[in-house]
Design a protein around this ligand. Structure first.
Ligand code: HEC
Length: 140
């Protein structure tokens, strides 16, 4: 019985000690990440392509997707022939390009596919082929 108690105590200590060490020397919290669109560090909650466009993309590309010129140059996505090859917008969204920040870390593959399909089938763009989440995965 005594041995058992000793083993139990050792086990308990082994479990408790690291926990104690953690509380004694807390690791500093990670520095706050600058959020996009007011969603902190992501992931963004919305799933629907339109909702993602409105919540994230239109801040730069404008609600009508006509882009803007001001502090920077935000290209129009309206009737944009660069969107014809589906891999192009997917790559820009996931990896960023020049002044457009990489948004890949904020989105799941499904979210990227949804918003890419949204811009490719709205704003005067009529590309019928659909981006699939698997295509997005390959771009990461
Ligand atoms: C912080 C501002 C910003 C946000 C947010 C943003 N973009 Fe961009 N985007 C840009 C800029 C700036 C460029 C131009 C990059 C360059 O110079 O090549 C660009 C380029 C693009 C292009 C390439 C256009 C072309 O003709 O080459 C696509 C497609 C695009 N963005 C889609 C999106 C989508 C979809 C979202 C939302 C998921 C989004 N962007 C969010 C700033 C932004």
């Amino acid at each position: 019985m005594k041995i058992r108690t000793a083993i139990a105590t050792t086990l308990l200590l082994a479990i408790a000690l690291p926990t104690f060490a953690d509380t004694a020397a807390p690791t500093p919290p990670p520095p706050p990440r600058r959020g996009l669109g007011g969603f902190g560090g992501g992931p963004f909650p919305m799933q629907d392509g339109e909702a993602i466009y409105k919540g994230v993309c239109q801040g730069c590309h404008m609600p009508d997707a006509k882009g803007a010129v001001g502090a920077g140059m935000y290209p129009a996505l309206v009737k944009n022939e660069n969107l014809e090859t589906a891999g192009y917008p997917v790559g820009v969204i996931v990896k960023g390009q020049k002044a457009m920040p990489p948004l890949g870390p904020y989105f799941t593959d499904v979210q990227v596919a949804n918003v890419a399909n949204y811009v490719r089938s709205h704003f005067g763009n009529k590309y019928k082929d659909k981006v699939k989440p698997e295509d997005v995965k390959l771009m990461r």
